[in-house]
Design a protein around this ligand. Structure first.
Ligand code: NAD
Length: 253
């Protein structure tokens, strides 16, 4: 049965930054598809834990500041202690800083590159080594952006970080596909999350954005969950190094 290939029963998925927004919807979507989920957050993901508990899903709550890479070994260790294996990694945690390119500070450059790109790479490296040890392959899904494709304005480190993330998605796929490790990315379009509250509140920007989206609406966190379950599943076994836009048609314009 084709639908069986989408089933994630008893898979173990690590999702970074799942206390809110897209990460929360991804974590809940994976759990609904059958995964045991490990959430990696800076602070307790209270709302996500409540929703997981209410639905009876297994959830391991881990704490790490992903602006640094020194917590990665513990994330792997604690996941294995609880669940004995890892099948899926979603690198979702991300930040954005806005400043004119002329004035852009080194701190705003380094912080964004650290969370969005460097940590995503070294998390992927650590998880891929575990996949190799387990000899069963695995799935890595990076949350990219429209700014993996476009330049953006006043967000140069975000553009650099998400363009780099799409690039290393291909680079890692090229090296690890032969081990049945699928590395892919999802590029969300304009999604209604905390990240975009200010944009949506600005009437002129909101109207301009909506006019350019063929679907004529902002995306919702739930719009990302289905594509993520798909990429995490056997149905996507021959997809390597690809970035799927989930953008209401934004890039098609
Ligand atoms: P959000 O701000 O609600 O979520 C970001 C998540 O990353 C949060 O859970 C946050 O706690 C976590 N995070 C940030 N810094 C961290 C750190 N140092 N350590 C640990 N966790 C950290 O925003 P969102 O819109 O849900 O964003 C999720 C991902 O989607 C990000 O990578 C973002 O760049 C990407 N994205 C969002 C949109 C959008 O329109 N909302 C569009 C394209 C891409």
């Amino acid at each position: 049965m084709i639908l069986e290939s989408f089933n994630l029963q008893n898979k173990v998925a690590i999702v970074t930054g799942c206390n809110t927004g897209l990460g929360q919807a991804i974590a809940l979507g994976l759990a609904e598809a059958g995964c045991k989920v490990v959430g990696v957050n800076r602070s307790a993901p209270v709302q996500t834990m409540e929703k997981m508990e209410a639905a009876g899903y297994e959830f391991l709550d881990l704490r790490a500041d992903l602006i640094k890479q020194d917590g990665i070994a513990d994330i792997i260790k604690e996941t294995l202690q609880r669940f004995n294996k890892i099948d899926i990694l979603v690198n979702n945690a991300g930040i954005i800083r806005r400043e004119d390119a002329f004035d852009f500070s080194e701190e705003n450059w380094d912080d964004v590159m650290n969370v969005n790109t460097k940590t995503a790479f070294f998390m992927s490296q650590a998880v891929a080594k575990q996949f190799i040890a387990q000899k069963q392959g695995g799935k890595i899904i990076n949350i990219a952006s429209m700014l993996s494709f476009q330049g953006g304005i006043r967000v140069p480190s975000y553009t650099a970080s998400k363009s780099a993330l799409m690039g290393i998605t291909k680079a890692m796929a090229n090296e690890w596909a032969k081990f049945s490790i699928n590395v892919n990315a999802i590029a969300p379009g304009y999604m209604a999350t905390n990240n975009t509250t200010a944009l949506r509140a600005d009437e002129a920007r909101n109207t301009a954005i909506l006019e350019r989206i063929p679907a004529e609406r902002w995306g919702t966190p739930e719009d990302i969950a289905g594509p993520c379950v798909f990429l995490a599943s056997e149905a996507a076994n021959y997809i390597h190094g690809y970035t799927i836009a989930v953008d209401g048609g934004w890039l098609a314009r």
